[in-house]
Design a protein around this ligand. Structure first.
Ligand code: ZN
Ligand code: ZN
Length: 255
């Protein structure tokens, strides 16, 4: 039986999916994020948070407000949203609405806010019930939101075929993402299909490897930028000996 998802939650999820499909891959997308406001010192809920993917760098933050409002967006909504942007140090914002906006709202948006109209009938083509369930033990109703597709390559000698005996690069594609409720990172290896869920809070965690047993593993940790803002990061650790290469594959801001 298909689990009923409240309409507003579905709209939020659809907008998160649309953003992840449209923005460049050097940005990562976190649905349903929570940040502590630098001015208010309060916990702020962010429908969709977009940060740089590969660096511990929060200087190009984008936030998205995707409320399922029944009325038009007006100037007060834009002002409240600009206040939220300021509080969480976002440089750009998207206000997404299903029912239009006033002329004054458009003027107040200026260049730092983009208002986008996404009608509710678009939900008809959107079905997140096929998304994998979160593997964190205590998570309730979390679904895994894939927002990155890193390809890891392995140089190997071809044993047969037209390149026999020569070195060839073999690519292994992965999905990376996070639970849209508890934020836990997930990695799916498309070669064997296994899903891994490395925790960022366990310092004794020594890494997670899929059944393919290739020379890399996945590890999550908590990192801090130069202003003391923390984020959880998912790393691919490549054992390309003699050196070890670490790629930040995904990030998620912490409160
Ligand atoms: Zn979860
Ligand atoms: Zn695998």
């Amino acid at each position: 039986m298909r689990r009923a998802i409240p309409g507003w939650e579905l709209y939020e999820r659809m907008i998160a999916r649309m953003m992840a499909d449209q923005i460049p891959t050097d940005y990562c997308v976190t649905p349903n994020a929570r940040l502590t406001g630098r001015i208010s010192q309060r916990s702020r809920q962010i429908d969709v948070l977009i940060d740089l993917r590969h660096d511990t760098d929060n200087s190009r933050r984008i936030i998205v407000d995707a409320k399922k409002r029944s009325r038009k967006i007006d100037v007060k909504d834009v002002e409240a949203f600009r206040g939220l942007m300021d509080d969480v140090a976002a440089t750009h914002g998207y206000l997404v609405c299903p029912n239009g906006y006033t002329k004054a709202a458009e003027r107040r948006a200026q260049s730092s806010v983009s208002i986008r109209l996404v009608p509710l009938d678009r939900l008809a083509d959107f079905d997140p019930s096929t998304w994998p369930k979160c593997e964190a033990p205590k998570c309730k109703n979390g679904l895994v939101f894939w927002d990155g597709y890193p390809e890891l390559t392995l140089r190997a000698k071809a044993l047969s075929g037209p390149n026999e005996g020569r070195l060839v690069d073999l690519s292994y594609i992965h999905y990376v993402g996070k639970c849209d409720r508890c934020g836990r990172f997930h990695v799916k290896c498309l070669t064997c299909g296994e899903v891994l869920a490395p925790p960022e809070t366990d310092e004794s965690d020594s890494g997670h490897q899929c059944r393919c047993q290739l020379p890399w593993f996945w590890l999550a940790s908590i990192e801090q930028d130069e202003n003391g803002i923390q984020s959880a990061e998912l790393h691919a650790v490549l054992l390309t000996l003699p050196e070890v290469k670490v790629i930040t594959a995904d990030r998620r801001a912490l409160r």
